[in-house]
Design a protein around this ligand. Structure first.
Ligand code: ADP
Ligand code: ADP
Ligand code: MG
Length: 501
């Protein structure tokens, strides 16, 4: 087993990985940018290395700096987390060449599956049902026009190199095609430096259901069941759950087999996620494979009792998975809410600033994977995810009840967060009935933006905070009154301070 692992990430996921390391007796190394000098993941690690300035392109994404830090720290392996370098085949290759272990799939697998058209082709060959669409990126607008006409509107223009919901445009009629194609190409070029675009049939009101897989070097590939991630905004997930309310044992078996087939066809190693779209008739279609640990992996952990990061590390060290397909059972129901610093009413724009007060929920069935604390800054440089709040219950209703309660307990001031909207989601009749699709948020935006009722608990917390502010205010007022009265600018300042209170 490794003695030291470098975690090439930040925020909640870096801490999540370091926690697994600590439980396994492995030392962890954090890397950080100048903006993250006091970040929680840096505080948690056993060793730390400064990479460079705040922009990720000058710090977290610089291959050589990360690899040098690993060598310097005496690490034998690098865990990339999600985002950043996690799905970069060139990085994975370079890590290997440096004599280190990349905790993830082989570089060739990452490369193959990172190209959505190549991945779709491979899946078709393997007999996995895929979303209807083109097999090659389109050459030009003329071709896109002909393909869309043959396929029938609506169509979805997608970036072959896409990820994180970027570079995707729905086109409902021929008249919109020209502009949408230009925008999709522009977006893809700026996000991925690759403007290749292909077409998929746009599936109306689908559900997003994905399957967790993991494979070891001993030839064992298993699935850990599904997660439903239909609650999305801007094609990005905000609420995920395990299991899906529409998946029964028989469907789980079929989904699981398709996912294992997909993984095996790409020579898969380590953990990955096979994403599917499911239509109204419960037909499922392959969407893509994410060749990394997924943001929402903890819902699977809560329901299966398996520590996915621990298994990732074991597999990367050449050990067999510590369980077989037959050992896996699913108990109860888990829900994850992503707590973003964002303004739900303003197109979910990130809300940057200092977190003034912060209190996490707790109690039965609650898990919080967080990356920030009071006094920390949400900056423009990185993903504004503050934390992931997870609740487990004996069944879905209990998980929802706990989530509602936990969201009420969660207190974050200083930045806007998605908590009020998430509380509305948990109370929404359609969500409670599991009558959802990827359009849920868009369809219910007006209701979801209403302010949730203030609970007694919140009132009490807020009044404690108000008292604290009041105490501060009194101290300021006294100071202002007692200050010497000589200089005129000081007098002016004092008058202003007194006026304020
Ligand atoms: P998941 O599928 O694990 O829920 P998301 O799709 O929300 O994850 O993406 C996880 C993180 O990775 C986010 O920070 C997202 O912005 C980032 N991300 C995913 N794919 C890419 C990509 N191809 N390029 C840049 N960032 C990406
Ligand atoms: P990314 O790599 O950005 O995660 P995906 O291909 O996984 O892109 O799609 C992200 C989301 O976009 C899906 O969960 C779904 O909501 C929507 N989507 C993607 N393809 C389609 C499609 N063909 N029809 C309808 N919705 C789609
Ligand atoms: Mg996806």
């Amino acid at each position: 087993m490794f003695s030291t692992i470098l975690v090439a990430n930040r925020g909640e996921i870096a801490i999540r990985i370091m926690r697994a390391c600590r439980e396994m007796g492995i030392k962890s190394v954090a890397v950080f940018s100048e903006a993250d000098a006091k970040a929680q993941h840096v505080r948690y690690a056993d060793q730390t290395f400064l990479l460079g300035p705040a922009p990720a392109a000058e710090s977290y994404l610089v291959f050589d700096k990360v690899i040098e830090a690993a060598q310097h720290a005496g690490a034998e392996a690098i865990h990339p987390g999600y985002g950043f370098l996690s799905e970069n085949p060139a990085f994975a290759r370079k890590v290997k060449r440096a004599g280190l272990v990349f905790i993830g799939p082989k570089p060739d697998t990452i490369k193959l599956l990172g190209d959505k058209t190549a991945a779709r082709k491979r899946m078709i060959e393997a007999g996995v049902p895929v979303v209807p669409g083109t097999e090659e990126p389109a050459a030009d607008l003329e071709e896109v026009r002909a393909l869309a006409r043959d396929m029938g509107y609506p169509v979805l223009l997608k970036a072959a190199a896409g990820g994180g919901g970027k570079g995707m445009r729905v086109v409902r009629e021929a008249g919109e095609l020209d502009r949408s194609y230009r925008l999709a190409r522009y977006e893809a070029a700026s996000a991925f430096s690759d403007d290749r675009i292909y077409l998929e049939k746009y599936i109306e009101r689908p559900r997003h259901i994905e399957v967790q897989v993991i494979a070891d070097t001993k030839g064992r590939t298993v699935h850990l069941g599904e997660r439903e991630c239909s609650i999305q905004r801007r094609h990005q997930k905000v609420v995920e759950e395990c299991p899906s309310a529409i998946v029964d044992e028989e469907m789980r078996e079929r989904l699981g087999q398709a996912a294992v087939k997909a993984a095996k066809s790409a020579n898969y190693l380590n953990a990955g996620t096979v994403e599917f779209l499911v239509d109204r008739e419960r037909n499922f279609y392959f969407l893509e494979v994410n060749t990394r640990l997924q943001v929402e992996h903890p819902v699977t952990e809560m329901v299966t009792g398996i520590d996915l990061v621990r298994e990732q590390i074991r597999v990367a060290a050449g050990l067999p998975l510590s369980f077989t397909q037959q050992d896996i059972s699913w108990r109860g129901s888990a829900i994850e809410c992503r707590i973003y610093a964002e303004d739900s009413a303003n197109n979910f724009m990130p809300s940057v600033g200092c977190i003034r007060s912060y209190r996490e929920p707790g109690g039965p069935g609650v898990r919080v994977d967080s990356g920030l604390a009071a006094g920390d800054e949400v900056t423009v440089y990185y993903d504004p995810l503050i934390a992931k709040l997870l609740c487990w219950g004996g069944d879905r209703d209990q998980a929802i009840a706990r989530m509602k309660r936990a969201l009420e307990e969660y207190l974050i001031t200083g930045v806007k967060t998605g908590i009020p909207l998430l509380r509305q989601v948990m109370s929404h009749e359609s969500y409670v009935d599991a009558d959802i699709s990827t359009h849920f948020i868009e369809d219910n935006m007006r209701v979801l933006l209403e302010k949730p009722a203030v609970s007694q608990y919140e009132l009490e917390t807020l009044s404690v905070l108000a008292c604290a502010f009041d105490y501060q205010a009194q101290k300021c007022r006294q100071k202002a009154l007692c200050a010497p009265r000589n200089s005129s600018w000081k007098a002016e300042k004092r008058r202003k301070a007194i006026d304020r209170f």
